[in-house]
Design a protein around this ligand. Structure first.
Ligand code: CTP
Length: 402
C-alpha cells in the first residue's frame, strides 16, 4: 500500500505545456489514496481546464482569491495548514522566479508562501530557460529554502529542441512524494541532541570572547534529523540563523558552561548526539560586574581558565548513545581528528579542514571527511551544508553512504 494514502496534497499547476502531464499526476496521486487540492495559476488554465482537474480530484479547483459570483474567499492560509505536501508541477521559469523571490501575485504563490508543509517543485521549460543563470539562481534559492527539486529530464522539448527541461514523468514525481513521506518515518521515535554555533564568554557586561561560528552546519543537521522524523533538541549558542524545520526544541545558551549543563541534562534519553558547536576553549577567570574602564590603564591582561570539554564530558557518561563530534583542523587533519575521536570517546568525528576553500565558518558549503571509531574514513565532495547534513546522518545512522 502506498504511503500516500490519506495524505493531503496541494497540486500547484502553472502555465506550461507539461500541464497535461499534471492530469496524469493528479490521477496517480488520487489512485494511491491521497486527497488532492488543485491550485492553478491563471496561465495554467490556458493549458488545462479546471473541470478536468476538479472531476479527477473531487474538489473545486482553486485559482482566484475569491469566487467572483459568491465573494467566497479562498484561504491560502487554511490550505497551508491542511496540507502534508505541496507539489508544484509543472513549475515554469516564471513561477520558480516568483517562488524564489516571494512575488505573491497569484493564488499559487500565496499558497506557497503560507505553506507549512514540505514543498516539491517539478520544473518544466525550454533548455535555454533552464540553463539560464537566473533560473539556476532561483532554483538554488528554492533549494536553500528547503524545497525539494524534482530535476527535469533531458529529451525532446515542446519547442522541438532537445535538451534538459522536460518535466519529470508523473510516476517519478509520485515516487518522489512517496520517498519524502517514507523518509519522514525513518527516524521516528529516535531522540537527537545537536549543539550549534559559538559560545560567548563574558569579560564584562558589554564584552565577550567569541568566535566566527555561524551555526549553519549544526542547524542543517538538526533540520535534517527532524525531517527524518526524529525528536530533536537543538542547543544553540548565540547565532542568527532561522530554523526551517518544525518540531525542533531549541534551547538558547550563551557560554560553554551553560551549553554543558543543557547537554548533560538532556543526554540520558538520547539516541544520537551531534556536537557541531564551536565551544570556546577558555573563559575569563573572573567576569566584571561593571564595564571595565580604559582610562588610567596602558593595557590589560586577561586571565583565562579552561572551559569544560562538553564532548569529553558526554563521552565519559556515554551508554548507548551514538556520539558524533566535529574537528576543524589546519594541519595533520586526519591524525588530529582520530586523536580527538579517541580522547573524547566519540563514535564518529566529522573532519573539515580550514585549508579547504569550500569548508569552514560562515560559509554555506562544507567539505567533510567522516571518520569512524572502527577505522572508517569516508570522503565527501564540497556541498551545500544541507546536503552535507544528509551525508553525515546517512553515515552515522546506517554506517554507510547512499
Ligand atoms: N568540544 C566540546 N567542548 C569543548 C571543545 C570542543 O564539546 N570545550 C567539541 C566540539 O563541539 C567538537 C569537538 O569537541 O565536536 C572538537 O572540537 P575542537 O575545537 O576541534 O577540539 P578541541 O578539543 O577544542 O581541540 P583544539 O582546539 O585543541 O584543536
Amino acid at each position: 500500500m502506498s504511503n500516500l494514502k490519506g495524505k493531503h496534497i496541494i497540486l500547484g499547476i502553472s502555465g506550461g505545456i507539461a500541464a497535461y502531464k499534471s492530469v496524469m499526476l493528479l490521477r496517480l496521486l488520487v489512485k494511491k489514496g491521497a486527497e488532492v487540492q488543485v491550485v492553478i495559476t491563471p496561465n495554467g488554465k490556458e493549458f488545462i481546464t479546471p473541470v478536468t482537474l476538479s472531476s479527477l480530484s473531487g474538489k473545486p479547483v482553486v485559482s482566484e482569491f475569491f469566487t467572483a459570483n459568491t465573494g467566497e474567499w479562498h484561504s491560502h492560509v487554511d490550505l497551508g495548514i491542511w496540507a502534508d505536501l505541496m507539489i508544484v508541477a509543472p513549475a515554469t521559469a516564471s513561477t520558480i522566479g516568483k517562488m524564489a523571490n516571494g512575488i505573491a501575485d497569484n493564488m499559487l504563490i500565496t499558497t506557497y508562501l503560507s505553506a507549512k508543509e514540505q514543498v516539491m517543485v517539478a520544473p518544466a521549460m525550454d533548455l535555454d530557460m533552464w540553463r539560464h543563470p537566473s533560473t539556476q539562481r532561483n532554483i538554488e534559492t528554492l533549494r536553500r529554502d528547503g524545497v525539494i527539486i524534482v530535476e527535469p529530464e533531458a529529451g525532446e522539448l515542446a519547442s522541438g529542441l532537445i535538451g534538459k527541461g522536460r518535466m519529470e514523468e508523473p510516476e517519478k514525481i509520485a515516487e518522489a512524494a512517496e520517498r519524502y513521506f517514507s523518509r519522514q518515518e525513518e527516524l521516528h521515535g529516535k531522540k537527537v541532541l545537536v549543539t550549534a554555533g559559538p559560545t560567548f564568554e563574558n569579560i564584562d557586561p558589554v564584552r565577550f570572547i567569541g568566535n566566527y561560528s555561524s551555526g549553519k552546519m549544526g542547524f542543517a543537521i538538526a533540520e535534517e534529523f527532524a525531517e527524518r522524523g526524529a525528536d530533536v533538541v537543538l542547543i544553540a549558542g548565540p547565532v542568527n540563523v532561522p530554523l526551517r524545520a518544525e518540531g525542533i526544541r531549541r534551547i538558547d545558551v550563551t557560554s560553554a558552561r551553560e551549553m554543558r549543563d543543557a547537554c548533560v541534562s538532556h543526554f540520558n534519553d538520547m539516541d544520537y548526539v551531534v556536537l557541531a558547536a564551536a565551544v570556546a576553549d577558555y573563559a575569563p577567570a573572573e567576569v566584571s560586574d561593571v564595564k571595565i574602564k580604559r582610562e588610567g590603564t596602558d593595557g590589560m591582561t586577561l586571565h583565562l581558565v579552561k572551559n569544560p570539554d562538553i564532548a569529553a564530558t558526554l563521552g565519559a557518561l556515554k551508554k548507548n548513545q551514538k556520539l558524533i563530534g566535529f574537528a576543524l583542523e589546519t594541519d595533520h587533519e586526519l591524525e588530529n581528528a582520530l586523536h580527538k575521536l579517541k580522547k573524547k570517546n566519540l563514535d564518529w568525528i566529522v573532519l573539515n579542514s580550514l585549508r579547504d576553500p569550500d569548508a569552514g565558518f560562515m560559509k554555506d558549503t562544507n567539505k567533510v571527511t567522516v571518520v569512524g571509531a572502527s577505522g572508517e574514513v569516508i570522503d565527501f565532495p564540497a556541498k551545500q551544508k544541507s546536503e552535507v547534513a544528509k551525508d553525515i546522518i546517512d553515515v552515522v545512522v546506517n554506517g554507510e553512504t547512499e
